[in-house]
Design a protein around this ligand. Structure first.
Ligand code: GUN
Length: 281
């Protein structure tokens, strides 16, 4: 068997077209043009690339964007002051603080500083709490993009056995909650999990979000399973995922990587920006 590909590029292009139409409709109704403010602290090349791609996607669909940079030596108070200024700016509908922040910056304190309606990543405790209660306000972009990719390919979630490998606040935890809210039976695995391969083999939907090159091998995958590869790892100068390419011989559906989850994350970011602007209008 060779897995069918869950084409994130194609789905993201469709979402970007929908958002472009939404922006045009908002403007035609007298609303303000959505504006995404991106905060980048330090000079990590990968983060710079991500922010550039996010801003490019925003501008492609008629969303204004602005860049707000601080040096790698910035303090927590300096980052919070920048965020507070963006909270107060009425033209800014959405704020993105690119993670990770430098180690001396208290990321939790910065996230709590973002005005929850402008928290386009859904990271603020208010938005994370709403998600945990099953009444989400802003959905985190990567988990939302994964659900969207499943839905657009008519892959059912309700009642299915889902295993999420990784428990980060950005992907693993919110994704587990989203799947649970959609009535999957969810197991979250992490570095202390015993007999991880056996648990993975139970999954009808298996999500790898651990950041380890080709960690999930074909013998960890139930034949016909849907496998989502969130990993972004460097190998010999190219980007690769957490899933061994040989998994394609076992899985029923598989995200290409690159070209799977990444474009969906950016598409959901611009969609969240439009939704934030619509709520303000
Ligand atoms: N770093 C890695 N993924 C993300 C994301 O989805 N949002 C932000 N702000 N930073 C990230």
């Amino acid at each position: 068997m060779t897995a069918q590909l869950l084409d994130g590029k194609a789905a993201a292009a469709a979402i970007l077209a929908e958002v472009a139409a939404g922006v045009a409709a908002l403007l035609a109704a007298g609303g303000r043009r959505p504006h995404l403010a991106a905060v980048l602290v330090g000079d990590d090349p990968a983060s710079q690339t991500y922010v550039r791609m996010k801003r490019r996607n925003a501008e492609e669909v008629g969303i204004e964007s602005s860049d707000h940079r601080l040096p790698a030596s910035a303090t927590t108070d300096e980052v919070k002051e920048l965020v507070r200024g963006l909270n107060a700016e009425s033209r800014v509908s959405a704020i993105l603080v690119q993670m990770p922040l430098p180690p001396q910056v208290d990321a939790g304190a910065v996230i709590e500083c973002v005005d929850p309606p402008k928290d386009v990543d859904g990271f603020h405790p208010y938005n994370a709490g709403r998600l945990a209660l099953g009444d989400p306000a802003v959905l985190p972009c990567t988990p939302a993009g994964i659900l969207e990719l499943l839905d657009r390919n008519q892959i059912p979630v309700d009642g299915r056995r889902a295993v999420v490998v990784g428990r980060s606040n950005i992907v693993g935890k919110p994704l587990a909650l989203l799947l649970l809210n959609r009535h999957a039976t969810v197991t979250v695995c992490h570095s202390h999990t015993r007999d991880l391969p056996a648990l993975c083999r139970e999954a009808e939907i298996l999500v790898a979000a651990v950041g380890k090159t080709f960690y999930i091998g074909p013998d960890w995958v139930r034949p016909g399973a849907t496998v989502i590869d969130v990993g972004v790892n460097r190998l010999d100068g190219r980007l690769v995922g957490d899933v061994d390419p040989a998994v394609a011989q076992v899985a029923g559906w598989l995200t290409p990587n690159p070209g799977g989850v990444g474009p969906m994350t950016r598409a959901m970011l611009v969609r969240n920006t439009l939704l934030a602007a619509e709520r303000r209008s």
